[in-house]
Design a protein around this ligand. Structure first.
Ligand code: 4AZ
Length: 288
């Protein structure tokens, strides 16, 4: 497993005064990538920052109520996709979903391993645009902290982990075929970060969304075959041991010429930095 070797705690991006800061990882020496369509099974202990979003009320109890993924970026803060906590997915505002929880440490959704932690607050990126999919992220504040060992650091702007050609790994409990086959257990898939020019050509503007290099990155394989899919949204894309993206959208899954699109983490950091400057006393609010 890739553990953060260097956490640049001297440069925390303060999200709220409630001591929620996303560790920004500088280009750090890293061991091999530890360790979805075209993926492989993986134990959550190998990626303890990967969590499941759950509501049994809304999605049924068979698979622990899992409906999206998330990433632990501070002991009490989880990043996910904004579209995961919108009414289109939840069927109601997040603050009205009484059993909205984050599940950590559970590889097999049919088991009761790990912890279920209530979400005490949901903060949706005010810059999120549901038509283009730009800015697709939200912050969930947890009612109880997870250990520091569950936290992954984010790659800051300019980090080499964002470079085209970089190998990255995406994690999730989403559809493994593109036809509604939801697995019991966590999976991961290796993909490559693609050049913005290629992403722009794939998504110049259409019903599914428009590629915007400032707020998104895309990843996949030239011939398709490996990708995130429905149910993986909000989950992590990790390169060189650092968080670079959140599963966001794409045209189908694992199709040649239609790479997966991810929320660019450096843009998340930009927005959250701005939030802190706007007055941390209020902190994230709205939602729950
Ligand atoms: C979705 O519907 C979705 N292939 C997530 C990721 C991708 C496509 C769709 C990327 O949540």
């Amino acid at each position: 497993m890739r553990r953060p070797l260097v956490r640049a705690l001297a440069r925390p991006l303060v999200l709220a005064t409630a001591a929620v800061a996303i560790p920004l990882m500088n280009a750090a020496p890293a061991a091999s990538d530890t360790i979805v369509v075209g993926g492989f099974p993986i134990d959550v202990s190998q990626s303890p920052w990967t969590v499941a979003l759950s509501s049994r009320d809304r999605f049924g109890g068979t698979r622990s109520g899992q409906f999206c993924g998330g990433v632990v970026v501070a002991p009490t803060a989880v990043l996910t996709a904004a579209h995961c906590v919108g009414e289109d997915v939840l069927g109601a505002p997040a603050n009205e979903v009484r059993d909205f929880k984050v599940i950590a440490g559970r590889t097999d959704l049919y088991s009761d391993a790990g912890r279920e932690i209530a979400v005490s607050d949901t903060w949706v990126n005010p810059e999120y645009d549901r038509y283009s999919n730009s800015g697709d992220f939200a912050v969930l504040i947890l009612a109880e902290p997870l250990p520091e060992t569950s936290v992954i650091g984010a790659a800051g702007a300019g980090d080499t982990a964002y470079e085209a050609g970089t190998e990255a790994t995406v994690y999730g409990w989403g559809d493994t075929t593109g036809y509604g086959s939801y697995p019991r257990s966590l999976r991961a898939a290796r993909v490559h970060v693609l050049a913005d020019s290629r992403c722009e050509r794939a998504y110049p503007g259409g019903p599914e969304g428009t590629y915007d290099a400032r707020t998104m990155l895309c990843a996949g394989e030239i011939g398709g075959g490996r990708d995130a899919c429905q149910g993986d949204s909000g989950g992590p894309l990790v390169a060189r041991g650092r968080l670079i993206g959140l599963v966001s959208w794409g045209s189908g899954c694992a199709r040649a010429g239609s790479p997966g699109v991810y929320t660019r983490l450096s843009d998340v950091l930009r927005v959250l930095g701005g939030t802190a400057r706007l007055g941390g006393a209020a902190g994230p609010s709205g939602g729950r």
